[in-house]
Ligand binder design. Structure first.
Ligand code: UDP
Ligand code: MG
Length: 337
C-alpha cells in the first residue's frame, strides 16, 4: 500500500487556474468570409469591451479568413500592422465556417477560446460575463439566444425543428439555441482537436467532449453590416451533415423497420395461404406472388439493417474518437505529459 493515501486538499486555485498564475489569455476566433464592411465596426465595438475586461484577462483576436474575395484580408492586415493583438490565418479557399472554426481552434494559443461572428450578432459585451464565469471555475460557458431578432419566422421555426430532431437521434444532446458563440477552456479545446473525424459539426463536438457547462442568455440582434452567406440550402446541408455525423440512428432504423415488415408480411402470408387453402384460388398466382414479394421485401430490409449495423460500427471506428476524456487528475499529473 502506498503512503500517498491522504486526501489532497484542493483549493479553488488548484482546481481551476486559468493562466496558472499569469493573467489568463483568451483568444477570440473570428471566421470571416467576404466581410469587408464588418471588420472595422467589429474592431471598434471590441475595443470598448477590451477596456472593460482590463485586468481580468488579456484578449487576442485571431481572424480566420475563409477564402474571402473582397478586401477582407487587406483590412485585417492593416489592423494587424497597428496592433499586436490581431492575427490572421488565410485559408486557401472557402472551406465553410465549420472548417474555419476548426482551423482557428488548432492555431489559437489562449487559455480559453471564444468563437464569435464578425457581424456583431454575437455581441462582444457578452464576452465579459463569459470570462467572469470562466475565471470563477466554468470550463464551458454557453451563450443562449433569448431572442432572434435577425431571423425570420421560418428560420426560427426550422431551427427549433432541427434541435428537436437532432436531440432525438444524437448520442449527445446539444443545448437549444446555443450557437458556436461560447467560451471553451483550453482543456476543452484540446479535447475537441483530438477528435479524429473529418466531417465536423462543431456544435455536436462541443457537447460530445463533456465538461460542465454554464449558460448565459443574450438577445441576438440582427446582422449589423453585410449580409448572411448562409442560404437555406446551405443550412439544410449543414443540418443533414450534423445529424449524419452525430448519429447512426438513420442506419439502424432499417433493422427495426425490416423486422416489423418481415413479421407483418409473415402474418399476412399465413392468412393469405389459409384463405387460399380454405376458399380456393380466385385469382390464379395472386397468393404466391404476393407472399413472395412480402417475404423478400421484409428480408431485404432486414438484411439492409444488418449491413447498416456494421456500417454504423465502421463509422464509429474511423472517427477515432477517444474513448474517454479526463477532466482532471489528483494529484496533478499534468506536468508529466
Ligand atoms: N463565415 C465563414 N465562412 C463561410 C460562411 C460564413 O467564415 O463560408 C463566417 C462569416 O464571415 C461570419 C460567420 O461565419 O463571421 C457567421 O456567418 P453569417 O453571419 O453569414 O451566418 P448567420 O449569422 O446568418 O448564421
Ligand atoms: Mg450572422
Amino acid at each position: 500500500m502506498g503512503a500517498t493515501g491522504k486526501v489532497v486538499a484542493l483549493d479553488a486555485e488548484a482546481r481551476h487556474a486559468p493562466g496558472r498564475g499569469r493573467t489568463p489569455r483568451v483568444t477570440l476566433i473570428v471566421p470571416v468570409y467576404n466581410e469587408q464592411e464588418s471588420i472595422a465596426p467589429f474592431l471598434d465595438k471590441l475595443s470598448g469591451v477590451l477596456d472593460e475586461i482590463g485586468a481580468l484577462a488579456s484578449l487576442d483576436i485571431l481572424f480566420v479568413n475563409d477564402g474571402s474575395r473582397d478586401a477582407t484580408e487587406r483590412l485585417i492586415l492593416a489592423a494587424a500592422a497597428e496592433r499586436a493583438d490581431v492575427s490572421l490565418i488565410n485559408l486557401s479557399r472557402n472551406f465553410g465556417k465549420e472548417a474555419a472554426l476548426f482551423a482557428g481552434m488548432n492555431h489559437a494559443t489562449g487559455d480559453a477560446v471564444i468563437p464569435l461572428d464578425v457581424d456583431l450578432q454575437d455581441p462582444p459585451e457578452v464576452i465579459i460575463e463569459m470570462i467572469r464565469r470562466w475565471i470563477a471555475g466554468a470550463k464551458v460557458v454557453n451563450a443562449r439566444r433569448a431572442r432572434r431578432d435577425g431571423d425570420s419566422r421560418f428560420k426560427a421555426m426550422s431551427a427549433r425543428a432541427f434541435y428537436r430532431v437532432f436531440n432525438a437521434m444524437a448520442d449527445q444532446p446539444i443545448p437549444q439555441d446555443v450557437g458556436d458563440f461560447r467560451l471553451l477552456d483550453r482543456d476543452v479545446v484540446d479535447a475537441i482537436c483530438q477528435l479524429g473525424e473529418r466531417s465536423r459539426f462543431n456544435k455536436s463536438l462541443f457537447s460530445w467532449v463533456g465538461f460542465e457547462a454554464e449558460e448565459i442568455t443574450f438577445d441576438r440582434p440582427a446582422r449589423a453590416t453585410g449580409e448572411t452567406s448562409w442560404s437555406y440550402w446551405k443550412l439544410w446541408k449543414l443540418a443533414l451533415d450534423g445529424i449524419f455525423a452525430s448519429s447512426t440512428v438513420p442506419l439502424r432504423i432499417w433493422t427495426y423497420v425490416g423486422i416489423l415488415m418481415a413479421m407483418v408480411s409473415l402474418l399476412y402470408s399465413v392468412a393469405l395461404l389459409a384463405r387460399t387453402l380454405i376458399l380456393g384460388v380466385d385469382v390464379p398466382g395472386y397468393a404466391s406472388t404476393v407472399i413472395l414479394i412480402l417475404v423478400f421485401g421484409g428480408l431485404n430490409l432486414f438484411a439492409l439493417g444488418i449491413i447498416g449495423e456494421y456500417v454504423g460500427r465502421i463509422y464509429t471506428e474511423v472517427r477515432q474518437r477517444p474513448l474517454y476524456i479526463v477532466r482532471s487528475h489528483h494529484p496533478s499529473l499534468k506536468a508529466k505529459d
